[in-house]
Design a protein. Structure first.
Ligand code: BTN
Length: 323
């Protein structure tokens, strides 16, 4: 059936069932069956009597084959598991990891029924508009270094969105990506480890790409690339570019063994620095965000005591910017 797709893609216009059949040495009935199967996979194929079949919007195709085909990265996204519907791609990658899947294995969903964010919050993952992906990492690092991976994920996504759009996405430490004052991207990194050894890491990335409208409770805090730019973007390209960018950052991090080489770029892209923030821990406190440390933590100056403190994993909100 993919041979039919190749014929349609190459033609770029209508091709009759007869002609496709001739080219592939199959019957017209077989062509029709193949077309139906392609449609079930999400390919939009127009059929007009006396003209034949035509592939519509080939650039928007979003499935396993398309994602694997135009891949630029070596390992990240080499194997793609595509789900029309799943609870959470992080769950799928975790299962695949436990079954021995290779680093770089990628899960992508068209719809997540139980997409989750950090701290047990739900992550809205409707059909057709967003990128919901998880990628498997097997870094040879100690668990304490793993939070840096999340920062690298933020850098990779930020770079891709800066290159693909006219927007100015910025990272809210550690790894949310905002456009303007609203969140467009969230990253949930989950780890399976022992005290001294990381078994594997699942990096889950959610991007509101072509979302035209959010439910009322999210309208003030969430945005999409479409809402900010008025343009739609091919999700396939976004996924492939992120895999390429993430692989580059990840390999450079493993080679360097520290976050130091990325600090300057991270600081430049980080909207949190210089701002007044609220740090939520056991006792929430107000502080000014001063810098990012070599380990990727946030250095702040407390408003109450005037003392400097390093913030590790605590949730930080920027005053005046919705969480
Ligand atoms: C957050 O901002 O709190 C993190 C959101 C992470 C959402 C992504 S979508 C793909 C992957 N699967 C999930 O269930 N969550 C992550």
């Amino acid at each position: 059936m993919y041979r039919i797709l190749d014929v349609l893609q190459q033609a770029g216009d209508f091709v009759s069932g007869q002609e496709i059949g001739n080219q592939l040495s199959v019957s017209r009935a077989a062509v029709w069956k193949g077309i139906e199967k392609l449609r079930q996979e999400g390919y939009e194929i127009e059929a007009i009597t006396n003209k034949g079949y035509r592939l519509i919007h080939p650039e928007t195709m979003y499935n396993q084959r398309e994602l694997e085909k135009g891949r630029k990265a070596q390992r990240m996204g080499k194997t793609v598991h595509f789900f029309q519907e799943t609870d959470s791609t992080n769950n799928r990658i975790r299962e695949l990891a436990l079954a021995g899947a290779k680093e770089g294995t990628l899960a992508v969903a068209e719809l997540q029924t139980q997409g989750r964010g950090r701290r047990g919050k739900p992550w809205q993952s409707p059909v057709g508009t967003g990128v919901w992906l998880s990628v498997l990492l097997r870094p040879n690092i100690v668990p304490a270094q793993a939070s840096v991976l999340t920062l690298l994920g933020g850098l990779a996504v930020c770079e891709v969105l800066q290159n693909m759009t006219q927007l100015q996405p910025q990272i809210k430490w550690p790894n949310d990506i905002y456009v303007g004052n609203k969140k467009a991207v969230g990253i949930l990194t989950e780890m399976d480890c022992e005290l001294t050894e990381v078994h594997f890491v699942v990096m889950g990335i959610g991007i509101n790409v072509n979302t035209k409208e959010f439910p009322e409770d999210l309208q003030d805090i969430a945005t999409s690339l479409y809402l900010e730019s008025g343009q739609t973007y091919p999700r396939k390209k976004i996924v492939q570019n992120i895999m390429e960018s993430l692989e580059r950052y990840y390999d450079a991090f493993l080679a360097a063994g520290s976050f130091e080489p990325f600090l300057e770029q991270y600081r430049k892209n980080c909207m949190t620095l210089g701002k007044e923030v609220v740090v939520y821990g056991k006792e929430p406190f107000v502080a000014t965000a001063l810098d990012i440390t070599q380990e990727g933590e946030l250095l702040v100056k407390r408003a109450d005591t005037g003392k400097k403190e390093v913030v590790y994993a605590g949730e930080v909100s920027i005053r005046g910017v919705m969480k």
